[in-house]
Design a protein around this ligand. Structure first.
Ligand SMILES: [Zn+2]
Length: 250
């Protein structure tokens, strides 16, 4: 039995039986981990209100070799994400961010980049950065870190830099092609969207927020990321479907 302590971001909290909760959390050193917090559903539990989605915590847990599910012995709150989750849009956004890492980060594999991305995105959101831009920044960086993000600079087929007219994402594919290689069908990507993707690649979120892109441009980047992500995962993130349905009703 091994005992570990690490700083973590809580991705998911689920009820287990009458008394316990299963907590999935992301650490730098060990990647994604899952553990049982015994008694966490009971009144006056020692876990109290610490098991909040997207909270940054110091967590200590026991792990038995060959078992996926550890046993959490203590959780101390380092930074709450509660101010983000006071309205429906914020709650949906929070589960969308967490969903990405539940899907893309690996269990037991160091995840320093994913950890820093989620940590800095939450920090920027708490500081009041535009939610729409923060979400586009986050989703495109997740794809980048997962190694599936298409290059926003040059066509991988012919090697030529993208011309001023923009690029094309083929319907069956996750690579951006120039208009010659991509052919007429597919998803057109504007030069402004390519430029925004290049900026996201080199600027921190607070810097990117200093020159806020238009809503139309953010929608274009959202659609592009969603298509690349769907193609890679072969399904849509559940939280994204929920967001789409909820927004359609508003
Ligand atoms: Zn080409």
């Amino acid at each position: 039995m091994a005992l570990h302590t690490a700083e973590a971001l809580i991705l998911d909290v689920r009820d287990l039986h009458d008394r316990d909760r299963i907590v999935t959390f992301l650490t730098r050193e060990f990647g994604k981990k899952k553990g049982v917090a015994r008694g966490a559903r009971v009144k006056h539990s020692r876990f109290g209100g610490q098991l909040q989605p997207l909270a940054k915590v110091a967590v200590t847990w026991y792990e038995k070799e060959g078992q996926d599910l550890g046993r959490i012995s203590s959780v101390e709150l380092v930074r709450t994400a509660h101010p983000l989750q006071t309205d429906l849009e914020g709650i949906l956004l929070g589960s969308y961010l967490a969903d990405h890492l539940l899907e893309f980060s690996q269990e037991g594999e160091a995840s320093d980049h994913f950890y820093r991305l989620l940590d800095s995105t939450i920090q920027a959101l708490l500081a009041g950065v535009d939610r729409d831009l923060a979400t586009r920044y986050f989703e495109s960086w997740v794809l980048r870190l997962a190694g599936v993000f298409p290059s926003p600079t040059a066509c991988p087929e012919c090697g030529s830099p993208f011309p001023p007219e923009g690029a094309m994402l083929p319907r069956s594919g996750e690579m951006l092609l120039c208009l010659d290689c991509g052919g007429p069908s597919g998803f057109a990507v504007s030069p402004a969207a390519l430029e925004l993707l290049r900026r996201i690649g080199r600027e921190s979120l607070p810097v990117a927020a200093e020159r806020a892109p238009s809503r139309a441009l953010l929608r274009e980047v959202e659609d592009l990321c969603a298509q690349v992500r769907r193609y890679f995962l072969q399904h849509e993130l559940r939280s994204y479907d929920v967001i789409q349905r909820t927004l359609a009703k508003v």
